[in-house]
Write a protein that binds this ligand. Structure first.
Ligand SMILES: NC(=O)c1ccc[n+]([C@@H]2O[C@H](COP(=O)([O-])OP(=O)(O)OC[C@H]3O[C@@H](n4cnc5c(N)ncnc54)[C@H](OP(=O)(O)O)[C@@H]3O)[C@@H](O)[C@H]2O)c1
Length: 428
């Protein structure tokens, strides 16, 4: 049987896993697709670098055109990362009729529509299962498993670094900066952690999930992003005391045909399944109008988990090749995108205020909420022994974002409110 020849762009963490899985599972893969799968050439930056797997040196190249211009190569697996250079390689490969498998969320979040439309133009497949939540097959699930339902809400813990940090802060009562340093030492956080801790990585993944879930082209600019770097030990402590965990959640919601997408630290009721997702694990909770609640859990990164998703995509491309149906997938984003206004985005909120410790303060504060029609679920006032100010903890009922902004402006102007320490969305 004629082998299917694959060009691999990148032999780092994920690329190495892809080589291992293709070698180790070769006979199973061949039984599934009816041909051997051969990794013909591998693009690297440095051919002389020591590798953790033994690899035929002749397969390595530092010239991408040796792969893209090779007429024998049917599929290109892109696991080198990067945006602009990678985009140009992929567009050129597509124009030459090569199918693409990629793990690159940055590329798909920023240039997904362009790449997918180029693929359609040339009758090619572009699959990107590993780009969100590494080893969890969430992309195929959203496209195929939910095709008969109407997804109303997606909530994701889609960044392992921030979930590791928040879990440690919660379990050990540690400070943010302390845990970040530890995560960096363990290799769970980058030397420059900005993209993870400020929520950008999660926002890119939510762009992809929301596009698939709501069948409309959601762009990165549509995602309201707030990271975890301002979360204090005090926040975590109060959350726990009230029965919540603080998680960096990507939240994509639909009401009628209007959608909103955000990434923000959220207080999640401990009884909610996503509250118990700890450490570097990822989870995606999907609420379908018909099916109700579902949740998908697993490793969000790592060599073999990520590579299993990449190779599963490779198998799908090869099956399509055999059936002659590459590039024939339905258009995913067929709906017009309608974004909710701040008046339409509703949730419960948690606020921690430091206020003057004197009579009548609580009444003035609750009055500000009443003025903008935000009703309160609970209010807790307690003196702070280390501080002349008192602390007020407020949890609202569902309130729209526009009203909450007005309440916050009004609190900021009050002489009795010394600091608005924290404001978080509440789920569950
Ligand atoms: N790591 C994960 O767990 C994970 C999970 C999900 C998705 N992803 C995505 O998968 C992709 C790869 O991640 P990774 O962690 O495997 O990256 P990595 O370990 O840094 O490996 C990158 C590989 O690409 C090669 N490379 C990079 N730039 C190149 C260039 N300009 N020309 C030629 N070769 C180049 C490098 O060559 P050398 O080896 O010679 O340096 C290396 O082999 C990224 O898009 C990432 O976001 C990763």
């Amino acid at each position: 049987m004629k082998p299917i020849k694959v060009g691999l762009l990148g032999l780092g963490t994920v690329g190495t896993g892809v080589v291992r899985i293709v070698e180790k599972h070769q006979s199973d893969l061949e039984s599934q697709v009816g041909s051997p799968i051969v990794i013909e050439k591998i693009l690297v930056q440095n051919k002389d670098k020591a590798r953790s797997i033994s690899i035929d040196q002749h397969k390595l190249t530092d010239d991408v055109w040796e792969i893209i211009h090779n007429p024998e190569i049917d599929v290109i697996v892109e696991v080198m990362g990067g945006i602009e250079l990678t985009r140009s390689y992929i567009l050129e490969a597509l124009s030459r009729g090569k199918h693409i498998v990629t793990a690159n969320k940055d590329l798909m979040a920023l240039h997904g529509p362009e790449i997918l439309s180029k693929a359609q133009e040339h009758g090619c497949d572009v699959l990107y299962e590993a780009s969100v939540a590494g080893g969890i097959p969430i992309i195929r699930t959203l496209i195929e498993g939910f095709s008969s339902d109407r997804i109303m809400k997606i909530m994701g813990i889609v960044n392992g670094t921030t979930n590791y940090i928040l879990t440690k802060m919660s379990q050990e009562g540690a400070d943010y900066s302390e845990v970040l340093k530890e995560a960096q030492a363990l290799g769970y956080a980058e030397a420059d952690p900005t993209s993870d801790v400020e929520g950008l990585d999660a926002a890119r993944k939510m762009t992809i999930l929301a596009t698939l879930g709501f069948r409309a082209n959601v762009a990165l600019e549509d995602v309201d992003v707030k990271g975890i770097s301002a979360i204090s030990r005090e926040d975590i402590l109060y959350a726990k005391r009230l029965g919540y965990e603080v998680k960096l959640l990507g939240i994509a919601e639909r009401q009628d045909d209007y959608i909103s997408v955000s990434v923000q630290p959220t207080m999640v009721k401990r009884s909610h399944p996503i509250a118990s997702v700890n450490g570097v694990f990822n989870a995606v909770y999907v609420y379908g109008e018909a099916v109700g609640e579902t949740m998908f859990y697993g490793p969000g990164a790592g060599e073999l988990p990520t590579a299993t998703s990449v190779v599963a995509d490779l198998v799908a491309v090869v099956k399509n090749l055999k059936l002659g149906v590459n590039g024939k997938q339905e258009k995913i984003a067929y709906k017009e995108k309608k974004l909710k206004t701040d008046e339409q985005i509703a949730s419960k909120y948690y606020l921690l205020l430091h206020v003057a410790d004197r009579a009548g303060v609580l009444a003035r504060i609750t009055q500000a909420f009443a003025e903008f029609e935000v009703s309160l679920e609970s209010v807790l006032q307690q003196p702070n022994p280390s501080n002349p100010e008192a602390e007020i903890i407020i949890i609202t009922h569902d309130a729209n974002k526009a009203s909450m902004k007005k309440v916050l402006n009004s609190l900021e102007d009050m002489e009795v409110v010394k600091t608005i320490k924290s404001v978080y969305r509440v789920e569950g």
